[in-house]
Design a protein around this ligand. Structure first.
Ligand code: SF4
Length: 296
């Protein structure tokens, strides 16, 4: 299942790219700016500011959606059996369903619409969520893209079984690997995952001589300190075949989506990080011989 296709992107790789966002992620990063990407299932989103109280959603499912005193609705998401049936019931797009089930051939057809624009190294970036959690369907898509000589980048946390990564080697041009922290306790408490698995996979992947760019989300209260960033950069410099590192400064663009999903944004009221605040990290990484960039 995917939740978005972004065309003509100039991020996440060279040239003009089609970015496919897969739905489902095994991590739960507290700062995640795409919370709708975390569930492997459909997500019901409600934007109260767009609601005109037409009540079409209530007519579609009056057991799980109820009106609140003529001003908005209450949704009992756990009881909704077939969220996909609520797609397109709301004319004002206050109620939307994130998630679209697409076969490999359907995805390929979407990608092929854009192939005339894939010059200067452009192509497809598979993002998420976690694309490497998508098993055989992902491998089939990668094989078909390779047959068509389409450049492919995968954006991944590497928080998956090594077999899922191994199967992609040779089918992917560049892995854009998010390395969030090298401290296992910090990683666990902020993402619910295991930094050991990520680092082991990253060592194996870079040993395979695949092209890897490491990307560090710089997050206040998590890894935004000189010591922690130095530790992470040191780990990157210990890897074989990695000569480029990107710093992705924390932003708050996704905060509203938590409300729309009926979730709390528990990360708190943190300030966005300015590019200028990354300069010491950039200088340190460059002093270690790494090519650097701010942003994806
Ligand atoms: S790995 Fe990415 S998609 Fe998954 S929870 Fe973390 S920030 Fe969100």
């Amino acid at each position: 299942m995917i939740f978005n296709i972004q065309r003509f992107s100039t991020h996440d790789g060279d040239g003009i790219r089609t970015v496919i966002f897969y739905k489902g992620c095994p991590l739960r990063c507290l700062w995640c700016s795409n919370p709708e990407s975390q569930s492997f299932d459909y997500s019901v989103m409600y934007d109260k500011s767009r609601c005109k109280n037409f009540g079409d959603c209530i007519k579609a499912d009056n057991k799980t959606i109820t009106r609140i005193k003529n001003n908005g609705i209450q949704i009992n998401r756990e009881l909704i059996k077939k969220p996909e049936k609520l797609k397109n019931v709301c004319a004002s797009k206050a109620l939307t369903i994130s998630g679209e089930s697409k076969s490999v051939d359907e995805l390929l057809a979407e990608i092929e619409k854009d192939t005339p624009f894939y010059q200067n190294g452009g192509g497809v970036t598979l993002s998420g969520g976690e694309p490497l959690s998508h098993g055989e369907e992902l491998i089939t898509l990668l094989q078909k893209l390779k047959e068509r000589n389409i450049n492919v980048n995968i954006e991944t946390s590497l928080y998956v079984n090594w077999r899922n990564v191994d199967k992609c080697i040779g089918l992917v041009n560049t892995f854009l690997v998010d390395l969030k922290h090298t401290d296992k306790d910090k990683f666990k408490s902020f993402t619910q995952g295991d930094a050991g698995l990520v680092m082991d996979n990253l060592i194996k992947l870079t040993d395979s001589e695949t092209h890897v760019i490491v990307r560090i989300p710089v997050i206040p209260g998590f890894n935004f300190s000189e010591n922690e960033m130095k530790q992470i950069i040191e780990f990157v410099t210990s890897l074989k075949n990695v000569n480029e590192i990107h710093f992705l400064p924390y932003h708050t663009y996704g905060v509203e989506k938590y409300k729309m999903l009926g979730l709390n944004y528990t990360f708190g009221n943190k300030k966005q990080i300015q590019d200028s605040e990354l300069l010491p990290f950039i200088q340190y990484a460059q002093s270690k011989g790494l090519k650097t960039k701010i942003g994806g």
